[in-house]
Design a binder for this molecule. Sequence first.
Ligand code: ZN
Length: 444
Amino acid sequence: MRRIVVLLLACLLLPIAPSYATAIVDKPTVLRGPGQAKYDVELTGDATGRSWRGRERIAFANTTGKPLTEIYLRLWGNSWDGCESPVKLSRFEGGSAGALTVNCTALNVKLAKAVAPGERWMVAFDVVMTAPDRLERFGRVGAHSFFGNALPVLAVHDQAGWHLEPDLGVGESYYTLAADFAVRLKHPAALQIPATGVSSTVRKGNTVTTTSVAKQVRDFAFAAGPFQQSVVTSPGGTKVRTWWTGTVTPAAVADARTKGVAAIDDFSRRFGKYPYGEVDLVLNDQWGSFSGMEYPGFVLLIAPPDEEGPVVHELAHQWWYGIVGNNEYADPWLDESFATYASYLHWGDPQPDCWPGELEARITNDMPFWKQYGPGWSRFVYSYGSCMLHDLERFIGTPAMERLMRTYASTHWYGVSTPTDFKSAAEAATPKDLAPFWTSHQMY
Ligand SMILES: [Zn+2]
């Protein structure tokens, strides 16, 4: 996510190299689950695209290492309205719905049987989602509806138990494992549907079915409305679809598209090739509390942008949150510091002397800490975390830092990283003793 902050950046675009790192799939040492999930979703929209109903099936493997008698679904779409519940589930198969907890954002599902380690199981349920009337990621703006953090997804279980963190309203709560999605959205032909994944459409009369397929993504977002769109393919081979609401100017569209094409190829060269084939830039000229928000293969953007615009930052999140996952609630710096650092790399700004010295709060704090800290928290997690990475680059040298970023990405590709994982990767990337560096940057 990108809060509305002002960043002054040099506009130096780096050249695009044709070779990319080879990615390998993460082999976690921590048992997390349910894993290897396949979401199969079919929803039918109303005439306006605001309300959708249908069925969601989630097949998964028990990768937790012990018998699984329950799962939790995260209904993040309920986080602003609590138990007023704009996301409603019913008619369960494969298990029975228990209590809604965590402000109605977590639903316990007792499985119909104890699922053995390694065994697969499936739950299915009816879904009704109605976009609330607000300028938000899950909301309705004029004739356009946005379904970010709306579709129910599996919660994560690991050695700490179930992760049922609350939504703090600023992003940085969403922790999921990579999964495959196949989503069919039936809607009036007058509606356009940007969505996570590679999308295709079939029209029958006045009804269109938009089918979106995405492999190894952590979430599925879409929007519905009378969007205009353009499609270009980047020199590196990624299809960049730009979608915009009616009042976004042609100049703002062109700006986002140009920056998006450059960024997706630059980050592919730096961190490993963007694996999803297609990315959707979804532009709107008003949002309530943010300037950009990342979803797999789908980013929400304010247009026109500020000096830099959020597009580069949100596309950096395709790697740092999306491909390389993390528990955002526990370690927000692992996605935001890295997305910010990546943006500065892209713009060619090494941020000399930006580390401010002794900090009153460590950048590695968790979201409960930052919630208490209040306004200004993002300076630490976004800016100072990025400064730490720039300092690390200066300390170990740019070639070693470039290898580190690529190796770190490939090691955790589609997996989950932790602060220990990153520090270990950094220590393996240089013969230098990093202990003094971690101490001087309060990274302990
Ligand atoms: Zn962000």
